[in-house]
Design a protein around this ligand. Structure first.
Ligand SMILES: NC(=O)c1ccc[n+]([C@@H]2O[C@H](COP(=O)([O-])OP(=O)(O)OC[C@H]3O[C@@H](n4cnc5c(N)ncnc54)[C@H](O)[C@@H]3O)[C@@H](O)[C@H]2O)c1
Length: 327
């Protein structure tokens, strides 16, 4: 099955967002924007206040970019803090956990959360690196649990990797995929568990090759970035590597694979025989390459710039005509 082939599932009205950091705030906006009631909770009371302020200012930015169908106040009114973890979980049809990436903390959280989880509800983790069976193995309500890995920030980048464990019930997968689709995210389905899911495996394969090219003296940090920014990334904003291949050979993807296959195999084997060690020396070299074009003081402004560019891209994608064949 692909994400697009998953159907069914139960409607979700009320969502709990647990952990209101960077990712939790994005989730709260994504759910509230789609009309869901959102209960938020964070173990740190100050983080709730900070998080709600972040959400409010994000909503203002979204409104300014023309990305909201309602005034920010209407969305904010749907986001309410809960008194405790259990209260947030018990009231929800769907729980999205976004606490720090620490296995023991996540497992302790899951043990507590499943105690309050409604029998029909789903518990999903935003984890980037842990597999669902590591997080939920052995829990009483394990069949209701899975990973729903977003890309940061989830309110601007639609992909969500839905990764069930072997013990996750199909119904939980269906409900999650349905919810993600209904709120305008783009869910994909992991057919089997694998570390890094799909996105980080692709991202880090490219990162490792980029590091190798710099380390071995073939190109500068800035020129590798320019290659993606001004070359590959132009297409990657609207198509993936298989569609790129399909369109880049006269007879489609088979033709592309057979034409370029030997070269791809050769380069891949050479890379595998020349592993990259991400040690301090390489980190220093890469960091210096970035600082040469962007001083450390400009990072906060640059992050805001990145988010504005993402908003413009989201608005462009929303306005763009959908390709033929897509509903
Ligand atoms: N940052 C990213 O780019 C990104 C992208 C995708 C997925 N993720 C995943 O999302 C999760 C959260 O990442 P983040 O960057 O938002 O972290 P963060 O540190 O910004 O936020 C985590 C929040 O969780 C709160 N918290 C800690 N323990 C808690 C508990 N037991 N109950 C409730 N709240 C608790 C903290 O107070 C904090 O506010 C991680 O699993 C991460 O791997 C992150």
């Amino acid at each position: 099955l692909s994400g697009a082939e998953v159907h069914g599932g139960a409607p979700v009205r009320r969502v709990a967002v647990l952990g209101l950091g960077l990712v939790g705030c994005g989730w709260a906006v994504a759910f509230a924007r789609a009309g869901r009631e959102v209960l938020v909770y964070d173990a740190d009371a100050a983080a709730i206040q900070r998080g709600l302020a972040t959400v409010a200012s994000r909503l203002e930015d979204f409104a300014a970019a023309g990305l909201l169908a309602e005034p920010p106040a209407a969305l904010l009114a749907r986001i309410r803090p809960a008194d405790s973890l259990a209260a947030a979980v018990a009231a929800a049809d769907y729980v999205q956990e976004s606490i720090p990436e620490v296995l023991e903390a996540k497992r302790a959280f899951a043990r507590e959360a499943v105690g309050a989880l409604c029998p029909h509800a789903v518990l999903a983790s935003s984890t980037s690196t842990f597999m669902p069976s590591e997080l939920y193995g052995g829990l009483a309500a394990a069949s209701q649990c899975l990973v729903a890995h977003p890309v940061n920030p989830p309110d601007l980048v639609p992909l969500v990797e839905v990764a069930p464990a072997p013990f996750t019930a199909p119904r939980a997968v269906e409900t999650t995929v349905r919810l993600m689709r209904e709120i305008g995210q783009s869910p994909i389905l992991l057919r089997r568990e694998i570390q890094g899911f799909v996105l980080n495996r692709l991202q880090w394969a490219l990162f490792a090759e980029a590091c190798r090219l710099v380390r071995d003296g073939y190109a500068s940090v800035e020129d590798v970035d320019a290659t993606v920014r001004d070359g590959l990334g132009m297409r990657w904003a609207f198509m993936g590597p298989f569609e790129v291949g399909d369109l880049n050979a006269p007879d489609g993807l088979r033709d592309y694979v057979l034409r370029f296959g030997p070269m791809i195999e050769q380069m891949n084997a050479a890379s595998a025989a020349n592993p990259v060690r991400l040690d301090g020396a390489l980190a220093d070299e890469l960091h210096a390459g970035r600082r040469a074009v962007s001083p450390a003081e400009s990072l906060p402004a640059r992050r805001r710039w990145r988010d504005r560019r993402l908003m413009a891209l989201a608005a462009h994608r929303a306005a763009a005509e959908r390709p033929p064949g897509e509903e």
